[in-house]
Design a binder for this molecule. Structure first.
Ligand code: ADP
Length: 494
């Protein structure tokens, strides 16, 4: 809006009409005092100020305007009929005005000046707006930075308070922060602790994680600075998404004592199962001798007792064999002797031995799928052990039901052998765990004897045949345990 200040209403009228004809908004004041009141109250883009006014002349008004911070930058055009000489024009500029037009006013010249000042005013306004936005942005960033700093401080305090070694690194793997415990293992905050020569390299593993964005978890032996020995640590490095970029937080947890205890347990299991196996083999042999020597009538009580002892010895034998296998797996010594063999023969042998050992059971064993003539490559004895294990479990966990099915199906490049029972089944949320070492389904573990290692051994055997092992089941709905074997025979065995 433009303010016209003039004591002469005719001058105001003609000027107002001229400006309004060019679409400018106009306000008016008839005296210096009225003008000052309005200027303090409203914002004007331009003031057209008559110099010659009673009481307070235009120069005084301009001086006052220059004194208020709100208005000091508002452009002023002085209008005067008389004071045309240079002295007055200079005074006009001194008092804060920006231009000077003498009467009679040439409308075209005045309009040119008004337009120029108006544009200037708009540009200044726009600049001010930009400046304000920039100031707000700077403020916002300062705030965000200080929030980030306090978050980082919080994280560092947290990491410092941990009983583990902790560190952070950026998406390139450059270490940022390390807590005090770090220096038990490394003498520089920029390098990872020294690892055992036989272990995987931390930086290589970390690099893979950084590239894939997946967390890293690895057991690694690292060297303590004050000792010559290495200590087992569990290294975990997790990504934290921050400002669209992954930063990483890592910890080393001391698992040395746990590892030692595990090793001692494995050694104990290995020694115990070996030591138990020898007398048991003698007991088994002497029981067979005794059985033959006595040649008892099958229906007499003594024959039954001898039979029961032999059954129990057999159970004990298979438990000890499982324990021995377990310690062989732990030591990487589970021997697998692969040859080409008839899968049908292996399946039938497993079925025969299970039917023989479960002759008291009323369960019917059915077969589905024709695999006659199918040759596979693998360790026949170990694979028979897997099938016998599936079948033993089926007889155990589906005791009292009517049937169990052995299904063999040949697919494009694999053969699948499944054992289907209709027993107690396994809750779906436990399925992924049944192949883990020592895992037993909690709900049923009290009702059935077992160590929870049979399926673990099976999975290791199948893994060493590049096959797959799995189970489909739900609680109370029976279970289907299966394994698959690749059908491609080695070229020299075809
Ligand atoms: P276990 O000696 O306990 O039978 P396994 O390793 O053979 O050990 O089996 C692990 C667990 O899986 C068992 O304790 C049992 O809870 C569950 N399981 C295995 N087979 C079956 C099955 N056919 N039906 C229901 N549960 C089963």
């Amino acid at each position: 809006m433009i303010l016209i200040v003039d004591d002469n209403p005719d001058n105001i009228y003609s000027l107002q009409k001229l400006l309004e004809s060019k679409n400018f908004k106009v306000d008016t004041a008839h005296s210096g005092e009225e003008a000052l009141k309005k200027i303090l109250k409203y914002n004007y883009a331009l003031i057209i100020l008559d110099v010659q006014m009673p009481d307070m002349d235009g120069f005084e008004v301009a001086e006052n305007i220059a004194g208020f911070s709100k208005t000091k930058e508002t452009p002023i055009i002085f209008l005067s009929a008389v004071n045309t000489d240079k002295r007055f024009i200079t005074k006009g500029y001194d008092s804060g005005g920006l231009d000077y037009v003498t009467k009679p006013v040439d409308p075209d010249i005045l309009m040119l000046k008004v337009k120029t000042f108006y544009r200037l005013y708009e540009q200044t306004q726009a600049l001010k707006d930009i400046q304000q936005t920039l100031e707000m942005e700077v403020e916002r960033r300062k705030q965000a930075q200080s929030e980030l700093r306090s978050k980082v401080d919080y994280l560092h305090t947290l990491l410092e308070s941990l009983p583990q070694i902790a560190f952070t690194c950026d998406h390139l793997g450059n270490i940022g922060f390390v807590n005090g415990r770090w220096f038990q293992f490394s003498d520089s905050e920029n390098t990872f602790p020294q690892t055992h020569p036989d272990d995987r390299s931390i930086t290589a593993e970390l690099q893979e994680s950084l590239e894939s964005g997946k967390p890293l978890e690895m057991e690694v032996r690292v060297k303590k600075r004050d000792e010559s020995g290495y200590s087992y640590q569990l290294l975990r490095v997790w990504p934290i998404l921050e400002n669209g970029e992954n930063n990483w937080v890592g910890t080393f947890t001391d698992i040395d004592a746990q590892k030692k205890a595990e090793k001692e347990k494995d050694e104990f299991l290995s020694i115990a199962s070996h030591e138990l196996k020898t007398p048991l083999t003698s007991i088994k042999a002497y029981m067979q001798l005794l059985d033959r020597k006595l040649s008892l009538d099958k229906s007499c009580a003594e024959a039954k007792y001898v039979g029961r002892v032999q059954d129990q010895v057999e159970k004990l034998n298979s438990l000890i064999t499982d324990l021995l296998d377990l310690s062989k797996i732990d030591n990487g010594k589970l021997g697998i002797n692969k040859k080409v063999f008839s899968l049908e023969r292996m399946v039938q042998n497993a079925i025969d031995s299970i039917v023989q050992t479960h002759d008291q059971s009323n369960m019917e064993l059915y077969r589905r799928g024709d695999i006659s003539g199918l040759m596979v490559y693998g360790d026949e004895i170990r694979l028979e052990q897997v099938l016998v294990n599936f079948l033993t479990n089926a007889y155990k966990y589906a005791a009292g039901t009517e049937k169990v099915i052995v299904d063999c199906s040949v697919m494009t490049d694999v053969v699948k052998v499944s054992v289907i029972d209709f027993g107690i089944g396994i809750p779906e949320n436990k399925l992924s765990e049944v192949f883990e070492k020592f895992y037993r389904v909690e709900e049923t573990s009290f009702d059935f004897q077992g160590l929870g290692i049979g399926l673990y051994i099976c999975s290791e055997i199948i893994r060493s045949h590049q096959g797959t092992i799995g189970v489909e089941s739900s609680a109370g709905k029976g279970a289907t345990f299966y394994f698959t074997l690749p059908l491609n025979l080695p070229t020299d065995a075809k």
